[in-house]
Design a protein around this ligand. Sequence first.
Ligand SMILES: Cc1cc2nc3c(=O)[nH]c(=O)nc-3n(C[C@H](O)[C@H](O)[C@H](O)COP(=O)(O)O)c2cc1C
Length: 157
Amino acid sequence: MNYKPAAAIVYASATGHTELLAEMVEQALSERGLAPDRFRADQFDPIQLSRYDIVLVGTYTWANGEVPKQLHKLFWEFENLSHSPITAVFGTGDRCFANYCGAVDQFRDMLYARTALAATLKVEQMPSEEDRVRCRQFAKSVAAKFHEQAHLFETSK
Ligand SMILES: Cc1cc2nc3c(=O)[nH]c(=O)nc-3n(C[C@H](O)[C@H](O)[C@H](O)COP(=O)(O)O)c2cc1C
């Protein structure tokens, strides 16, 4: 299998936790040869989604389990997408809140229905060195999903 998938990470982060997690996920994916483009949500036009075979979304959670505003357009674009990329969602939150990482759950439910969802990952607040292991596991699930479905991508190009 020689086809190299186009992969993107799109994330929102207000205080830096999810940004650090996005960097760790990027590194874990790169170790598997899936070098992704990494974008902050405000740098990414959701129209570009159609260019990618693999899309990973990173989100913090806001106000009682809500998806942050910066990711609303992306969420909507996934709901209206005509192709079905491999996806995964990761995020940070705080267990003090009743709806821990609720935005990850909202993306998970939508991506499960609309795309080929490979994995989810939740980290409490600032990621630690131990979370690198979880990021590697997360990247492994994404790569496995790609290999499982690679024939679909090869024939559609
Ligand atoms: C006003 C406010 C509301 C929040 N609501 C939630 C919530 O409902 N669920 C949750 O898990 N975390 C909640 N958090 C915690 C953040 O999601 C958490 O600190 C996260 O790591 C921030 O990520 P960032 O550093 O990438 O912005 C809230 C934080 C603030 C300040």
